[in-house]
Structure formats: C-alpha cells, structure tokens
Design a protein around this ligand. Structure first.
Ligand SMILES: Cc1cc2nc3c(=O)[nH]c(=O)nc-3n(C[C@H](O)[C@H](O)[C@H](O)COP(=O)(O)OP(=O)(O)OC[C@H]3O[C@@H](n4cnc5c(N)ncnc54)[C@H](O)[C@@H]3O)c2cc1C
Length: 414
C-alpha cells in the first residue's frame, strides 16, 4: 500500500516513521527546506504520547529523544502569580509525573532522521487530484503530482487537505494572540531567578492578559542521565515564555514587529495593563531575535464536529483536524497518538483482517474522541482568559488576586 503524507511536522513525521517500521511504502512532503529551520519552543509529551512514540519509532530513536528531554518529575511544583509577582497558588507535586518536555526542533529533527529519504523537503502541496478510480494524488507548486492508495493531511492548523475534505476551514481564531520567546536562566537577575526557580509558572492579569513561563532544562533535569548523544537545542536552564493578549488592532499591529521593537511593544502592552516591571524581567532579558507571534486557532471541542467527512482514501490528523491552542501542552502529543492509531489500523489492512475504508473510519472515530478531549482541556484556559476580558471579569480579577495572594502567604507561613 502506498501512502502519501502532506506535512512533515510532528504528526506527519511520527506517522511516516511508524509506517516505515511496518514496511509500508510512504512519502512525506513538507514545504520547509530544513527541518531544523523551524520555529517552536518546548513540546510536552505525556505518558500516552510517549507510549505512542515507543510504538512508532525504533528503540534507539526513542532513547535519543529521552536523552534530549527534560523530566517534569525533577521540576518544582508549578506556580500561579498575579501581575505584580505575588504568589497565588502552587500546582500539584510533579514527583510522579511521567511527562517530559523537549525542544520542538529536537523532536522534529530526530523524527526526520527516523523517516530518512522518505521525507521530501521544499515541496508545497497546492491541491489534491483524483484519478478515475478515485485514487488520490498530491499536487505540488512545482514538479509532478504524487499518487497513493491513501493520502493523509498532516499539514497543521491551516490544513489545505482538511479544508478540501470538509469544504471549509477546520479551525478558527480563538481571539487570543500569543508572543513567545526564550530567556536563559543565567540572563536573569538573582532575585527573579530565585522567584521563578526550576518550575513553570503562569502569571495572570485582567483583560485576558497572561504570561506563561515554562522551565526547560534537558541537561540539569535530563530524563536519561546519558550525556553522550544528547541532542537538545537547549543546553542550559532556560525559560520558554508565552505572553497572551486578546486580539485587537493594537496586537495585530504588534504582529508586524520583530526583534527589539517587538520586545519593547510587549513590555509597553503589559505596562498599560498594570503589570509590574519585576514580573516582566523574563521578557525584558529575552533574546530579541527569537520572539515570535502566533495566533491561537482552535477546532470545535465537540467530537461530532471533528473530521466532518465520510471516511475514504483521503484523511487527516493532528492540528489539521483538531487544531489545539498550546494552553494545555497537548497538541503535539495528540498528533503523535493519532499517528499511532492510524498505523495500527493500517496494519490490519496489510494483514488482510479489514479493508481500507473500515480502517480509516475506525481511526477517524478514535481521533474525534481524542481531539475533543484535548481541545476541551486547552479551551478551558482560553475561556477563562476571555472571561477576564469584560468589565466585570477585569474588576473581579483585580480585586480577587491580592486577596488570593495574601491567603497564599498566610497558608505558607503556617
Ligand atoms: C513553527 C511551529 C512552531 C510551533 N511551536 C510550538 C511550541 O513551541 N509549543 C507547542 O506546544 N506547540 C508548538 N507548535 C504546535 C505543535 O507543534 C503542533 O500542535 C503539533 O505538532 C501538531 O502537529 P501537526 O503535525 O498536526 O502539525 P505541525 O507540527 O504544525 O506540522 C504541520 C506541517 O505541515 C507543513 N505544511 C503545511 N502546509 C503544507 C503544504 N501545503 N504543503 C507542504 N507542507 C505543508 C508545515 O510546514 C508543517 O511542518 C508549533 C507549530 C509550528 C508549525
């Protein structure tokens, strides 16, 4: 069976790696020219995503990933702060957490190695054609079309394949825009470094503004203590942060800025919302060239709205079907689990126990449930943020956070 995959991001590469392991004939096409020349910060993989990856890639590839990842169990509990840097609450202890964080570039690079020459870069898919017998082909901006028994769209949140299948875009903007960056822990002053510590944090303010600060240290908090062969892009403790604002004409204008101009605009926007300078040190000391804007797109949280097409020889997975904002850190893991499910179902076709339409239909049914769960978790934070973007919500946040901060301090003293 010949399988064409459109998109060599996390889901597409995980699928291609799994299919290769089971000796399917597979080609994956991505418009990027270099897998490492891509954006992105850290990706969280929970226990289920790791179990799926273990099935998809060879043991030595899985070990390379773990060697380059940071273990959540070695991190301090997450913290919730207000916009003045007052502690509101701690999250649960992470000592039992099986989750790991890994640089997106590291994950993509190692998966691309697992796929090898079946990954074709610099190939933009512009459409899908059907032969008289219904067999699908990927059509490219340049070069001949490529035909397969099954075509899988793993082309992300603005998927052309899913739009072809659904007859409309499969996700829409949530009204929140993010700006992300990376700051080495050693670039922070001692007191801010102590406040943030080896934990991830979320700071909240009124009017849907928030600052997520993730802690990533694949060396100090390595999952596997095996320095040889470690491939992490992050080689020292770093804070990976995401500043979130409601979309507006002002934030739209910020999307056109780059480098120090964007960093200054972010500090000004937080300052207007009453954020104290101290809480913004992580933004102020960030490497300006790495700051980037990303819109939060989301698909419906209802399982029955996802993959709204009849199962056939063209399907899709990952963000193409269930585009998920990064607020739950589950989008990449869900795409990997989709890939494992599709591989398992296609193995049943190869062994003759089922037909291709039935296998695709089963895969899509499982994916609808998984996508709905993932989106429900991610949209909880988005909805809560949007609730603070009303006059009442903003007033409630401004009033409640100092009270919560005081209660938290009293609880810690006792
Ligand atoms: C640049 C980038 C940075 C990200 N950073 C983070 C992050 O820091 N943290 C986080 O949690 N999540 C991040 N994400 C999202 C996360 O990687 C995805 O939610 C998750 O990987 C879902 O995987 P996916 O394979 O469905 O889509 P993606 O990983 O988005 O992959 C889609 C791929 O399809 C390719 N593509 C799209 N259209 C075409 C076309 N017409 N022809 C050929 N190729 C096409 C794209 O180049 C891309 O490589 C990022 C995504 C991207 C694209």
């Amino acid at each position: 069976m010949r399988i064409i995959i459109v998109g060599g991001g996390i889901g597409g590469l995980a699928l291609a790696a799994g299919l290769r392991r089971h000796e399917f004939d597979v080609s994956v096409f991505d418009r990027d020219h270099d897998v490492a020349a891509t954006g992105g910060y850290h990706i969280t993989l929970d226990g289920r995503a790791q179990a799926a990856l273990r099935e998809l890639v060879a043991p030595e590839i899985f070990e390379r990933l773990l060697r380059s990842a940071s273990a959540l169990r070695l991190r301090d509990r997450d913290a919730l702060w207000d916009r003045r840097g007052r502690l509101l609450a701690y999250g649960p202890r992470l000592g039992d957490s099986p989750s790991v964080d890994i640089d997106r570039i590291t994950l993509r690079t190692v998966l691309a190695d697992a796929v090898g020459p079946d990954l074709k870069l610099g190939r933009t898919v512009t459409g899908i054609a059907r032969a008289a017998d219904g067999e699908p082909s990927a059509v490219f901006a340049e070069g001949p079309a490529c035909r397969g028994d099954l075509l899988v769209g793993a082309d992300g949140a603005h998927s052309a394949v899913a739009r072809y299948l659904a007859g409309r875009p499969t996700s829409e903007p949530t009204g929140i825009i993010g700006f992300s960056g990376r700051t080495g822990a050693e670039d922070l002053g001692i007191s801010e470094r102590q406040r943030l510590g080896s934990r991830s944090s979320m700071a909240i303010g009124p009017h849907a503004t928030a600052l997520y600060i993730g802690f990533l240290d694949p060396v100090g908090n390595a999952v596997l203590d095996a320095p040889e062969g470690r491939e992490a892009v992050t080689t020292g403790p770093a804070y990976i942060w995401g500043a979130m604002f409601p979309e507006s004409t002002a934030t739209d204008a910020m999307r056109t800025l780059r480098g120090t101009a964007l960093r200054s605009a972010l500090l000004t926007a937080f300052g207007r919302g009453g954020w104290s300078r101290r809480t913004l040190e992580v933004v102020e000391r960030a490497e300006p060239a790495g700051i980037a804007a990303f819109r939060f797109n989301a698909a419906s949280t209802r399982a029955q709205d996802l993959a709204p097409w009849a199962a056939g020889s063209v399907t899709a997975l990952g963000d193409a079907v269930h585009a998920t904002p990064p607020t739950a850190g589950m989008g990449a893991g869900a795409a990997i689990r989709d890939a494992a499910s599709l591989v398992a179902n296609l193995c049943s076709v190869a062994s003759g126990t089922t037909t291709l339409p039935v296998a695709v239909s089963r895969f899509e049914a499982e994916m609808r449930i998984r996508g709905s769960e993932t989106l429900t978790a991610a949209m909880r934070t988005v909805r809560w943020m949007r609730a603070t973007d009303t006059r009442l919500g903003a007033a409630a946040t401004a009033t409640a956070t100092p009270i919560l901060a005081a209660a938290s301090m009293i609880a810690r003293r006792h």
